[in-house]
Design a protein around this ligand. Structure first.
Ligand SMILES: C[S@@+](CC[C@H](N)C(=O)[O-])C[C@H]1O[C@@H](n2cnc3c(N)ncnc32)[C@H](O)[C@@H]1O
Length: 270
């Protein structure tokens, strides 16, 4: 298989990756045949999946705008993915050219593409790291260069934590980031999940394919997701279906009435 010039030399093109399958669902072009095959298979089983990922992306945009309107100018975007329409720095720097962003991802394609897009933007850094190593991320040169933790920082974990199984203590990982933040800082999370006994057969089948061919996902219910916020005060309306979090467009509102398979929320440190 021919390797395109944006693909780092050390990646396995035959093995689907979380970031590239997601890129395909979002309509992006940074994916390979192996990624497209599994993405297609899951879409055939659960056609509404494309709408699901677009809704997480729309939540990200609403969250960043909310955070900007509450004075935040620093963003730590964990599991930031392959850049696509509406990246955090584009939204933030449209509001304030001085806004600072650190993107962190474990996927080499996501990191390489982010770096190539951002060359010359002195207020944005890209870190290739595993977000579970919160001590390493927080001690990195990239974070040190861009973020001042004496001022409010927003930590974003959008469509990310369902990739961290319970055995790896995702609550401890998120707590490591929360503890580093000063008063007035925020945490924004969107996460795959259902209320108890709500999952459809199509979703179960799509999940089976994804777990087998890409990686295991851990769906969580709103109570489990609430625990990620520790003592942070949840911003209204709390932990709700992703499209129901401060909807802006008629389609958000329409979606919010359905059994959307994921929840979103923002919390603020007192
Ligand atoms: C579903 S995508 C979401 C991307 C982006 N947050 C968005 O909303 O468009 C999840 C991303 O998290 C990354 N990821 C998963 N586990 C990770 C880990 N342990 N450390 C860093 N990144 C991780 C994947 O590589 C992928 O790019």
């Amino acid at each position: 298989m021919e390797r395109p010039n944006w693909a780092p030399g050390d990646i396995d093109l035959e093995r689907p990756s979380v970031a590239r399958v997601y890129d395909y669902w979002l309509g992006g072009a940074h994916n390979f045949a192996a990624d497209r095959a599994v993405a297609q298979k899951t879409l055939e089983t659960m056609p509404e999946l494309r709408g699901v990922v677009l809704n997480h992306r729309a939540f990200l945009r609403r969250a960043v705008r909310y955070l900007l309107s509450h004075g935040v100018r620093q963003f730590l975007d964990l599991g930031s993915g392959i850049p696509t329409v509406g990246n955090v720095h584009e939204i933030a720097q449209a509001a304030d050219p001085e806004a600072r962003v650190v993107y962190v991802d474990i996927d080499p394609v996501a990191v390489a593409h982010s770096r190539s897009l951002l060359g010359g933007n002195g207020h944005v850094s890209v870190l290739h790291a595993d977000i579970r190593d919160w001590e390493g991320v927080l001690a990195s040169d990239e974070v040190d260069k861009q973020l001042d933790f004496d001022e409010p920082v927003a930590v974003l974990m959008i469509a990310l934590l369902h990739f961290v199984p319970d055995e790896e203590d995702p609550w401890g990982v998120v707590g490591g980031y929360r503890d580093r933040l000063s008063s007035g800082s925020f945490l924004a999370i969107s996460h795959a999940g259902y209320e108890a006994d709500e999952e459809t057969e199509a979703s179960r089948q799509a999940r089976k394919i994804y777990d087998r061919d890409v990686t295991r996902m851990r769906f969580r219910d709103p109570t489990e997701i609430s625990r990620f916020f520790g003592g942070f005060a949840l911003v209204e309306p709390g932990v709700v279906r992703v499209p129901a979090w401060r909807p802006e467009s008629p389609s958000d509102v329409e979606e919010s009435g359905k059994r959307f398979p994921g929840f979103g929320a923002i919390g603020r440190k007192a």
